[in-house]
Design a protein around this ligand. Structure first.
Ligand SMILES: [Zn+2]
Ligand SMILES: [Zn+2]
Length: 461
């Protein structure tokens, strides 16, 4: 449709994307179930990496890079339309495929669905760009270690998200109990850390005065944080555990004790104020017990800042996609809800501080309402045929929204304006600087373990 008006084009996107994604249905279902059947933890997603890259390599026009950005399980699949050769600046949209599972729970966060949603949206968008003769680029990123480790954070640092006009991904939410629908998700920031206290061992009966008790420091810090919690706003969370007790002996003054904490706040600015107060609890307790201590930063996930422009485009597309005329009554309503506030956190939040971004959440219509991600039953829900159908439906809406971004310079301008205004309004740059100052990142990525061997049994190819 080379000479169509913008409105005609926009209307034609719906049907084209629906058709393109329905053609992928069977193979995406196979892919989703193959990933689901072999759950892999953060940084160990080798099987998923191999299946997804092999699949994307079969898609015409996509250039696939395995083990991208120096990470064993990250990958990219990039498509540039034929018409893009005529323009200097190529409008570019990104999608994400998450892959990791949860210890002991399998794919209880439904990342098998997210993985194929990324493929579906990217392939449909690419095919539409070619069909409608639009200049544009699609960047599909295979993003490891969302559950722990912050794969996207590392990939942002290594340039994976450079040059994107927008980045989009979806996530399954609760069971819908027969209801369909989606919403636009926000989340909390989280700083994940380990505090290690070191003292001196001594015989607990014969010479306790010669010991320096690291466990006392850990317990002191734990109690100090409990007291601090009383003075904190109700929308922040500080939660932790003392690990390694089994390695201690009753008759030896413990010389080493370790605390692991998650520090959550609704915004980067709030997190930047909270982190120093928590760090003071560790420092104060170490001083009291006469120990030394080291705080190790694992990752900082920022809150998801949904782009208003992308949100409008997605909701509009999703309402059309969901309203397919099959809803028989209110119980079966197809709907798009407003923003969903999530108590959890995701490294996609960091992406939303990097470029305009959107992270819609969709319901699993065949799962009971009490089935949420990370529950013991959610992995089974993530394999239901109806969950797959919902994934394709939400992917359709996402691809239609992405096509609008590529098609319309006005949309891209407005999106950029809104995003910059939002980043300024929340004081993003200052908050990130203060987090970095209070809580420095490890000097090298190797310290985080992301460059080293992954420690799983997969042969290192
Ligand atoms: Zn999760
Ligand atoms: Zn998840």
């Amino acid at each position: 449709m080379p000479h169509a008006t913008n409105t005609q084009l926009a209307n034609a996107f719906d049907d084209f994307v629906r058709d393109a994604i329905s053609q992928l249905d069977g193979e995406l279902r196979d892919l989703s179930l193959a990933i689901h059947a072999q759950p892999e933890l953060a940084w160990e997603e080798h099987h998923a990496h191999d299946r997804l890259t092999a699949y994307m390599e079969r898609q015409p026009g996509f250039v696939v890079e395995r083990k991208a950005y120096g990470l064993a399980t990250a990958w990219s699949a990039i498509f540039t339309s034929s018409a893009a050769s005529n323009v200097e600046i190529v409008p570019t949209v990104g999608f994400n495929s998450e892959m990791d599972a949860l210890k002991g729970l399998g794919h209880a966060c439904g990342h098998n669905l997210i993985a194929v949603a990324g493929c579906a949206s990217a392939i449909a968008t690419a095919r539409a760009l070619e069909h409608f003769d639009l200049s544009g680029r699609v960047v599909l990123l295979g993003t490891p270690a969302e559950e722990a480790g912050g794969g996207k954070v590392v990939m942002i640092e290594r340039g994976a998200y450079d040059g994107l006009d927008a980045c989009l991904m979806v996530h399954p939410g609760a069971g819908g109990a027969g209801r369909h629908g989606a919403g636009v998700m926000t989340s909390l920031c989280i700083a994940s850390l380990t505090a290690t206290f070191s003292g001196a061992p001594a015989h607990a009966g014969a010479a306790p005065e010669k010991g320096v008790n690291a466990l006392d420091a850990a317990v002191g810090a734990y109690s100090a944080i409990n007291a601090l919690r009383q003075q904190l706003p109700s929308d922040v969370r500080v939660h932790g555990i003392i690990t390694g007790g089994e390695e201690m002996s009753v008759n030896v003054i413990p010389s080493r004790a370790v605390l692991k904490y998650g520090v959550r706040a609704p915004s980067a600015a709030a997190l930047s104020s909270l982190i120093p107060r928590v760090l003071n609890c560790f420092a104060g307790a170490a001083l009291t017990a006469g120990c030394t201590h080291v705080v190790e930063r694992h990752f900082v996930y920022l809150d998801v800042r949904p782009s208003s422009s992308l949100s409008r485009l997605f909701k509009s597309a999703a309402l059309r996609v969901w309203d397919d005329g099959t809803a028989a009554n209110d119980e079966e309503a197809y709907e798009v809800t407003e923003d969903v506030a999530l108590g959890g956190s995701t490294d996609f939040g960091n992406v939303s501080y990097r470029c305009p971004a959107l992270h819609p959440m969709f319901l699993l219509p065949g799962a009971p309402t009490e089935e949420h991600p990370h529950s013991s039953t959610y992995a089974a829900a993530a394999a239901l045929p109806s969950s797959h159908e919902a994934t394709l439906r939400v992917s359709t809406a996402l691809a239609i929204a992405a096509l609008e971004v590529v098609r319309s310079p006005e949309v891209r301008d407005e999106m950029q304006r809104e995003w910059k205004k939002d980043m300024t309004a929340i004081g993003a740059a200052d908050a990130l600087r203060r987090i970095q100052e209070a809580f420095p990142e490890p000097a090298s990525k190797a310290e985080r373990g992301v460059d080293g061997p992954c420690g799983c049994s997969h042969s290192a190819a």
